[in-house]
Design a protein around this ligand. Structure first.
Ligand SMILES: Cc1cc2nc3c(=O)[nH]c(=O)nc-3n(C[C@H](O)[C@H](O)[C@H](O)COP(=O)(O)OP(=O)(O)OC[C@H]3O[C@@H](n4cnc5c(N)ncnc54)[C@H](O)[C@@H]3O)c2cc1C
Ligand code: SF4
Ligand code: SF4
Length: 441
């Protein structure tokens, strides 16, 4: 049984109304729906699919949006085959319900018919609270926390370093997988809740985030993501033609495709790594007109962290997979222009702590062809994990700083949109319970 693929959904056409209702009609209407248990963000597919099946379309839209402010984005980007749809498979159904695709349909349909899920709710909204909460970072975690707080009457300001909100959804995931226009519409839904968004406002400098608490914000949620996960070594920084994945992908999303294309078009490109981000880079390089794109990975194909369907899509687009090869360094000409990659072949040895067989370099086979948070100084008194991630409780997102909460990639390391959304909701509930206790004291 194969579940829906994650990789090319934005390019794939979404459902229309009759297709969506027909798909929902296949649902077994399970008691205590397993699919809902399989959703990290609590989007509750069991409930919205039931409503859709009985043609309560606006009710279904409201369920998605109330539970997951980025329900559309998750519908497009979630690796559903290992989350909700995996649980649906386990019911014994002949083919799992296309949950992600239905979710995307509902959000796109709400825009098409002009249905505003939160307007319908305005009369039921809780009274406005006087407490102000600051959120640092407008990625999925920050936006989800802000939405939950605003829906509960709190005054929320989101401070974002970049000119536009969305985090990796805006500046990382390539446009062929997730379109800016789609994200803009989801963010408009969020703004309709009354969230204040301050873009181009980085919280950097000594204690900047902690100062927010002194300025009258009763809590701060830190959701700054991982923007400098890989640093090039000193001698590599000036090499022309060498990019980190985030430099490359965010330049593309900032409209610099023309510039990048100049250094890539007609050339042989190498992408190092075997995860989803490496696949995005390789596919983007193909689109920029590279003559050949090689994916260099030190382990085997079966050990690649990218999903099987991502790998297949990438191969189908003509990327060559060079597995069991460890990059050792780079070759450059006298002007500092990248000319090649030094490699050594590897073989698989004993299992390491991750349970995977470790790549071991094979002597004499050389040939040619750690996370750092961006805003560390902004929160100097927080306890960090090794590697620079912020230490925060799994169940309450609390940090070592009173009034300080954190979630998303800055706590988990590179992860998923849906889990960043969950952290945002968890933090919001934890902040509300803290403020309720204080108000009652
Ligand atoms: C290329 C790529 C492809 C991916 N594809 C998928 C996918 O298909 N499916 C999936 O589920 N997940 C995917 N992910 C992972 C997913 O995007 C992340 O897990 C998710 O975005 C994390 O959300 P976040 O809010 O924690 O951080 P981010 O999305 O990184 O957002 C953090 C925000 O904080 C801002 N910020 C940073 N420092 C400051 C500061 N000092 N002051 C103010 N603002 C600041 C940043 O500008 C950014 O907007 C992908 C990741 C990458 C890199
Ligand atoms: S948010 Fe993602 S994991 Fe949750 S139900 Fe929707 S598609 Fe599935
Ligand atoms: S697990 Fe599948 S069949 Fe059961 S309620 Fe969820 S979507 Fe329907």
């Amino acid at each position: 049984m194969k579940s829906s693929d994650r990789f090319s959904r934005m390019e794939e056409k979404g459902f229309d109304l009759s297709q969506a209702v027909a798909e929902a009609g296949r649902c077994l209407l399970c008691h205590e729906p397993p699919c809902s248990k399989g959703c990290p963000a609590g989007t509750d597919p069991g409930a919205f699919i039931r409503k859709l099946r009985f043609r309560n379309i606006t009710g279904a839209i409201r369920t998605v949006k109330k539970n997951n402010i980025l329900g559309g984005a998750c519908g497009v980007l979630c690796p559903t085959a290992r989350l909700c749809e995996k649980e649906c498979c386990a019911t014994g159904i002949d083919r799992p319900i296309r949950i992600g695709k239905l979710q995307r349909f509902l959000i796109e349909h709400s825009w098409k018919i002009g249905f505003k899920p939160f307007d319908a709710d305005a009369s039921e909204r809780p009274p406005r609270r006087k407490e102000k909460v600051a959120v640092v970072g407008a990625g999925p975690a920050g936006l989800s926390c802000a939405a939950e707080l605003a829906a509960n009457g709190f005054q929320v300001t989101v401070f974002e370093a970049r000119p536009e909100p969305g985090g990796v959804l805006r500046y990382g995931v390539p446009g062929f997988r997730f379109q800016t226009e789609f994200l803009k519409k989801e963010i408009d839904d969020l703004l309709s809740l009354g969230v204040e968004l301050k873009c181009s406002t980085p919280m950097t400098g000594d204690g900047a985030a902690e100062k927010l608490l002194q300025q009258g914000y009763r809590a701060v949620f830190l959701a700054t993501g991982l923007w400098k996960p890989v640093r090039l070594k000193k001698d590599q920084r000036d090499l022309k033609g060498l990019f980190t994945s985030m430099e490359f992908l965010s330049a593309l999303r900032e409209g610099k495709a023309g510039e990048l294309s100049k250094s890539i078009k007609g050339k042989v490109c190498a992408v190092i790594g075997g995860g989803s981000v490496a696949m995005d880079c390789a596919r983007s390089a193909v689109r920029l007109g590279a003559a050949d794109v090689y994916l260099l990975y030190r382990r085997s194909l079966a050990q690649m962290p990218a999903e099987e369907d991502e790998r297949t899509e990438t191969m189908n687009e003509g990327v060559h997979f060079l597995t069991l090869n460890q990059p050792l360094g780079f070759l450059a000409d006298s002007k500092g222009k990248l000319k090649g990659v030094k490699l050594i072949r590897t073989t698989l040895g004993a299992r390491d702590s991750s349970g995977r067989r470790k790549p071991v370099e094979v002597k004499g086979t050389g040939w040619s062809l750690p996370p750092v948070p961006s805003a560390r100084s902004a929160y100097p008194s927080l306890k960090l994990e090794r590697g620079g991630l912020i230490r925060a409780g799994e169940k309450d997102c609390r940090t070592s700083l009173r009034g300080g909460f954190a979630g998303g990639d800055i706590v988990r390391g590179p992860d998923l949109v849906v889990r960043a959304v969950r952290d945002g909701k968890t933090a919001a509930r934890s902040i509300m319970s803290m403020l309720d206790q204080k108000a009652g004291a």
